[in-house]
Design a protein around this ligand. Structure first.
Ligand code: FES
Length: 263
């Protein structure tokens, strides 16, 4: 276990330091909470003046570039990956993403260092043993499962009436390009408009591959790929597709440009 003394270098007054606690997101706002709670627990243990920001590789905001920006005016930033499983290719890309963010700064003389990933940490096995010891004293699962544990709700057997699905990519590259703002904006619009809500189901997906077009969404059943989406007009693009049956040429990437009459 490292003590505050071990990280006293982060308190060096001549340099402003920051730490980015980097996790992976999940569906729904609740999935962010555990990482934010971990950040809250860690924050008071850092030296005074050392900023701490929780960030997400995918499916949640802030993204790594947004978090790095929030660290400003720090001149030394440590990125602490706390996600599992380890994916070397993903980590390499995160390094490149950090370098691109740094290159875009007016004063790019910022040190960015990545800590070892959680699964590579030699400190993890003792923590897991401690967890096992604590769990041995925890209540049996029967005390926590609640009522009607034998089956899930009947409603989960019903197929919804939507004729369209919009698959919004919230993979790492699209997240770094602003996919969460796009997702939020589109979700708000669908909630607000009954006609759209009854016809369109929104789904988040992992990487759909052509990341350079991100933020990206595919609308089915027609299979129209839209790219470079922005929060300001994504609702209009998708609504025009679903209700007016027209493809927005500015954001069209792939698939039919003329749609059959409404379904
Ligand atoms: S991350 Fe969205 S297409 Fe790859």
């Amino acid at each position: 276990m490292h003590s505050l003394d071990d990280i006293s270098c982060l308190a060096a007054p001549q340099v402003q330091h920051a730490v980015v606690l980097l996790g992976r997101g999940g569906a729904g706002a609740a999935s962010r909470q555990s990482l934010i709670a971990l950040a809250e627990a860690l924050r008071p243990r850092l030296p005074p003046g050392c900023k701490l920001v929780a960030a997400f590789v995918d499916k949640a905001a802030p993204s790594l570039p947004e978090a790095l920006q929030q660290c400003m005016p720090a001149r030394s930033i440590i990125v602490l990956p706390v996600f599992a499983p380890d994916e070397p290719a993903l980590l390499r890309w995160l390094h490149k993403l950090a370098m691109r963010w740094r290159a875009a700064q007016a004063q790019p003389d910022i040190q960015i260092r990545f800590a070892d990933t959680l699964l590579n940490s030699s400190g993890l096995p003792p923590i897991l043993l401690q967890q096992i010891a604590q769990a041995a004293q925890a209540p049996d699962v029967a005390e926590l499962a609640g009522e009607r544990w034998q089956n899930d709700p009947d409603a989960w057997s019903q197929v919804p009436e939507h004729q369209h699905h919009a698959l919004v990519c919230t993979g790492p590259r699209c997240t770094a390009l602003g996919a969460l703002a796009v997702w939020q904006s589109l979700g708000d619009a669908v909630q607000a408009r009954q006609k759209l809500r009854s016809r369109l189901r929104l789904l988040q997906t992992s990487c759909q591959y052509p990341c350079n077009h991100g933020p990206l969404a595919i609308v089915y059943p027609e299979g129209v790929w839209y790219g470079r989406l922005v929060a300001d007009n994504v609702a209009q693009v998708i609504e025009t597709h679903v209700l007016a049956r027209q493809v927005c040429p500015e954001h069209h990437v792939h698939g039919p440009v003329v749609l059959p009459p409404g379904i």
